[in-house]
Design a protein around this ligand. Structure first.
Ligand code: ADP
Ligand code: MG
Length: 255
């Protein structure tokens, strides 16, 4: 089922605490269906925590998350693509197995893949250009190929919201462009995509909106209104300085 509600993710007054660490404080925003949003903020800003809360793998102490106007537990339409550092590449699975996880999902081994599942896995791999790697073990993929496999899993899952946790970190420019090309296809299908990234330039150029996060929501909207010296200073603190470039834009240098 495809949801038609115009707001795909609605977060109200969300606070998340780990033991004594406040990871997110009173975060509120709405994201419209089909938008591509960059989540930007320093290490420890709560980007991964926000994704886990939206994906429902982590419980918020306070606040409310609605997906397409409804409670998240009622939907399996969210795909969370973990940070590479959180993936166990020694896990004995090949590319097809990983994409099939998008079909069998929470049912795990209790559900045997059907012919339709296998067909969907094949077309998903095709749409990210990974057909020829179908039987390859995941430890034998480049960073860019691994991201494409995870996107294929999200496609197989028929995800309507895709949360990508620093998918571009460590990838070369060509691999990054490939990923954006695939994200363009998702956009055509009105899939909402959130990407955590450290690249402010790409965030400004390749996204509909940017979210500046540092435990609190520092700014959210068009890059021109969010990436101001004042707000960047609020998000990144004193560890940075600014220069005015010739075209009048502010560049950020992190020390
Ligand atoms: P980001 O992804 O922006 O780097 P995280 O969401 O991973 O930020 O972390 C936010 C804060 O919460 C950090 O201070 C981090 O150390 C802390 N944190 C994250 N996960 C845990 C956890 N499982 N237990 C305790 N503290 C955590
Ligand atoms: Mg993180």
């Amino acid at each position: 089922m495809t949801h038609q509600h115009p707001i795909s993710i609605s977060v109200k007054e969300l606070s998340v605490k780990y033991q004594n660490i406040m990871a997110l404080r009173q975060v509120t925003f709405d994201i419209r269906r089909g938008a591509r949003v960059a989540i930007v903020g320093p290490n420890g800003a709560g980007k991964s925590t926000l994704f886990k809360a939206i994906a429902g793998t982590l419980k918020a102490q306070q606040g409310e998350i609605k997906l397409f106007g409804e409670n998240p537990l009622e939907h399996a339409c969210v795909a969370y693509l973990p940070q590479r550092s959180q993936i166990d590449l020694n896990f004995p699975v090949n590319v097809t197995d990983v994409v099939m996880m998008g079909r069998v999902g929470k049912m795990g081994i209790l559900r045997w893949p059907s012919r339709a599942d296998r067909d969907l896995v094949a077309t998903s791999l095709e749409s990210v250009g990974m057909t020829q790697f179908a039987t390859r073990h995941i430890s034998e993929l480049s960073g860019g190929q691994l991201q494409r496999v995870f996107i294929a899993r999200a496609i197989a899952q028929k995800a309507e919201i895709v949360l990508m946790d620093e998918p571009l970190t460590g990838l070369d420019i060509t691999s990054q462009s490939d990923i954006y090309g695939i994200l363009d296809k998702l956009r055509e299908h009105k899939v909402t995509v959130l990407v955590a990234t450290h690249d402010l330039n790409q965030a400004a150029e390749r996204f509909d909106a940017v979210m500046l996060l540092n435990k609190q929501l520092v700014g959210f909207g068009l890059p021109t209104t969010v990436f101001t010296p004042l707000l960047l200073q609020q998000a990144y603190g004193g560890t940075m300085q600014f220069i005015e470039t010739t075209n009048g834009q502010t560049a950020l240098i992190r020390n």
